[in-house]
Design a protein around this ligand. Structure first.
Ligand code: FMN
Length: 173
């Protein structure tokens, strides 16, 4: 079985996870920009990942439009984000990105990323400053502290369930 991982990464977290997946599964990692080069027929396992952006997964709109064409393949979607993996919002936010039919077709995983102000574009920096102001007004001190500076929580350990899921499929063949 052959796999490919496609990633949409704005500040590098999803790219890093895609590269780890590529190493672990000995498969190609392709950036969103290069997605036109993918020969979909060659693959049985397709992984797509991007960062959460105000609840939405970056690049997912395109990938969801592709899903009908990928019927019968094993599809995995991963999202990276700044919320801790144990947060209750992880599942609800993930699910809200899909219709029920899409949800039945894909298996999703959340991979803890972090925040990188240094690599954010100006629009995202502005969005974050609006968020910080709102949290300040609402006196959500803990949440405000959590988004006030860059941090990096990405770790290979968060990949274990995803790799196990893909590999269990591979051994079936
Ligand atoms: C404007 C903006 C909105 C974000 N919204 C969310 C969010 O809704 N949930 C979350 O967990 N993380 C959120 N984040 C954090 C990113 O999802 C996180 O940094 C992610 O790992 C980025 O992945 P990338 O570097 O591959 O693009 C947001 C970051 C920015 C800049």
């Amino acid at each position: 079985m052959k796999a490919v991982v496609v990633y949409y990464s704005k500040t590098g977290f999803s790219k890093r996870y895609a590269e780890w997946i590529s190493e672990e599964l000995a498969c190609k990692a392709v950036s969103y920009e290069d997605r036109g080069s993918i020969k979909w027929d060659q693959y049985d396992v397709i992984l797509f990942g991007g960062g959460f952006h105000a609840g939405k997964i970056n690049g997912l709109k395109w990938f969801k439009a592709k899903l009908p064409e990928l019927a019968g393949k094993k599809i995995i979607v991963f999202a990276t984000g700044s919320m801790p993996p144990e947060a209750a919002e992880v599942e609800t936010t993930m699910k809200a990105n899909f219709t029920q039919a899409q949800w039945n077709q894909v298996k999703t995983f959340y991979l803890w990323g972090g925040l990188c102000y240094e690599k954010m574009d100006s629009r995202d920096k502005l969005m974050m400053s609006v968020l910080r102001k709102a949290l300040k007004i609402l006196k959500k001190t803990e949440m405000l502290e959590a988004v006030s500076s860059s941090y990096d929580k990405a770790s290979k350990e968060y990949l274990a369930p995803l790799l196990q899921y893909v590999r269990s499929g591979l051994s079936e063949s």
